[in-house]
Design a protein around this ligand. Structure first.
Ligand code: NDP
Length: 263
């Protein structure tokens, strides 16, 4: 665990935590936040990868190893962010795993539990730990106390074969997002979800490599005719995290090239 230097960053710059930030959508989100003058704590299972990505962003960012399924690791990471900057303004619950496409009759209980743990328990643990900080901080002039953005999926909105655990976890993310949003709205803490369609990341490459998905078929099924780039998801996440989204809470924003609108 170590920090990049704070040189060059404004002491007033808002602070965001992004989980699973070493790769894919999380890394694109960290880059987008840094471009918009946020200080970013990049959390990932692989500490070295998180540190390397923080260094890549430049001075003023933090890389930390953190398994989001481990309550102790989550609390240690949140404490490290507070020790570094003394405040937190936003959380992006993004960490995810690729081994999630298994026909229901072949699904093992351990496999099911693992997918639920990373995608649902992880978001719960991180949200609980960070919300405790956000709610204790002073509200801004408009009564706002920051925001949480959870990464769901189109798998939560429609049926996808052989994705039982993943669909259950992401549907759980949608339910948890709305429940937390209602719980904390009066205290000015906003909670929203982004539901991406298929995005060209390592996770999707792994599924394609196993023959679990067919990139050409996905492009044909998607109204915009292609998969998303990670940066296209990141921009929606950063919008929901930012004060520009000050009147949005409890929402689930599909960023899916029209996939869910097609029905
Ligand atoms: P990637 O595999 O590219 O990146 C996920 C990152 O999360 C990796 O760096 C991974 O580390 C890390 N990670 C995995 N498990 C943990 C853990 N327990 N604690 C902390 N970090 C962890 O995935 P994507 O960018 O594609 O996906 C990001 C999110 O977006 C996921 O929640 C996914 O379900 C969701 N999503 C993705 C879609 C897509 O098409 N790509 C579509 C819809 C939703 P490591 O590499 O070491 O495993």
């Amino acid at each position: 665990m170590s920090a990049a230097q704070d040189e060059g960053m404004s002491a007033n710059a808002p602070v965001a935590i992004v989980t699973g930030a070493a790769d894919g959508i999380g890394w694109a989100t960290a880059q987008c936040l840094a471009q918009q003058d946020w200080r970013v704590a990049l959390l990932d299972l692989r500490a070295e990868a998180a540190l390397a990505r923080a260094a890549e962003l430049g001075p003023g960012h933090l890389g930390l190893g953190c398994d989001v399924t481990d309550s102790n690791a989550v609390h240690a990471a949140v404490s490290a962010v507070l020790a570094q900057w003394g405040r937190i303004d936003g959380l992006v619950n993004n960490a995810g795993i690729g081994d999630q496409s298994v026909p229901t009759l072949q699904q093992t209980v351990d496999g099911f539990d693992r997918v639920l743990a990373v995608h649902l328990r992880g978001q719960f643990l991180m949200s609980q730990a960070v919300a405790g900080v956000l709610l204790a901080q002073a509200a801004d002039a408009r009564g706002q106390r920051g925001a949480i953005v959870n990464i769901a999926s189109i798998a939560a909105l429609g049926g996808i074969p052989a994705r039982n655990a993943y669909s259950a976890a992401k549907a759980g993310v949608v339910g948890m997002t709305r429940a937390m949003a209602m719980e904390w709205a009066r205290q000015g803490l906003r909670v929203n979800a982004v539901a991406p369609g298929y995005v060209a990341t390592a996770l999707v490459a792994e599924l394609a490599g196993k023959g679990a998905i067919d990139g050409a078929a996905i492009a044909r099924r998607t109204p915009l005719g292609r998969m998303a780039e990670p940066a296209e998801i990141a921009q929606a996440i950063v919008f929901l995290l930012s004060p520009a989204a000050s009147y949005i809470t409890g929402s689930v924003l599909p960023v899916d090239g029209g996939w869910s609108a097609l029905g």
